[in-house]
Design a protein around this ligand. Structure first.
Ligand SMILES: N[C@@H](CCC(=O)N[C@@H](CS)C(=O)NCC(=O)O)C(=O)O
Length: 206
């Protein structure tokens, strides 16, 4: 069984991705939660993760860090975590990379805060552009690849896991969504694993 080292549930958006992918794929793992940026826990993170950041996966002698790489590693164990169709798989990886390396205005303008409920007041042009692009990705995936399933590519894949932090962000800031995106967000929010993450984030406040 591998270990998954994660941060705080309420604030560590990057940790949510591989944690959710592993849960949805039914992979057993030991969860170790180390909230970052709280001295002396940086040293604790470095015991596991060479980058000093979470998430990080430890499988025997092997260490995998960076949430995207961890999701790729999980897909080696559970291939259903990527779409089986080659073209759909390439698109799923493209949208995963797009959010992994981009949308900085959204990250800064809509800080990840799972348990909060905040007004989406006067977002900047850049934040609005990021939100619009994310919605267009969700709409396009659902319309073109959703098929019979409720997820971005029909069945649950890493694409859903990698956009899961945006689900919590959009719920925190009450972002209005068109039909397909709204249904997908509802599906994601109703997953027992997403509810477990949310409950853990609420428990961290007490
Ligand atoms: N690109 C990394 C980002 C990881 C990251 O920034 N993690 C934060 C917690 S959400 C962290 O460990 N911060 C501690 C620090 O920067 O010292 C990934 O995808 O895993």
């Amino acid at each position: 069984m591998f270990k998954l080292i994660i941060g705080n549930h309420n604030y560590s958006s990057w940790s949510l991705r591989p944690w959710l992918a592993a849960k949805q794929a039914g992979l057993s793992f030991e969860e170790i939660s180390i909230p970052p940026r709280q001295s002396p826990t940086k040293a604790d993170v470095l015991k596991y993760s060479p980058s000093g950041k979470v998430p990080c996966l430890v499988d025997g002698e092997m260490i995998v860090w960076e949430s995207l790489s961890i999701c790729e590693y999980l897909a080696e164990k559970a291939p259903s975590l990527w779409p089986s169709d080659e073209k759909a798989r390439a698109e799923a990886r493209s949208i995963a990379c797009e959010i992994h390396f981009g949308f900085n205005a959204m990250r800064q303008g809509m800080p990840f805060d799972v348990r909060a409920s905040l007004p989406f007041l006067e977002p900047s042009v850049e934040v609005k552009a990021d939100v619009a692009r994310i919605i267009s990705i969700w709409e396009s995936c659902r319309r073109r690849h959703g098929g019979e399933g409720p997820f971005l590519f029909g069945h649950f894949t890493n694409a859903d896991a990698i956009y899961a932090p945006a689900v919590f962000r959009f719920l925190t800031y009450h972002v209005e969504l068109p039909e397909e995106s709204r249904k997908w967000v509802e599906t994601m929010a109703a997953l027992p694993a997403m509810q477990e993450w949310r409950e853990a984030s609420i428990a961290e406040a007490s």
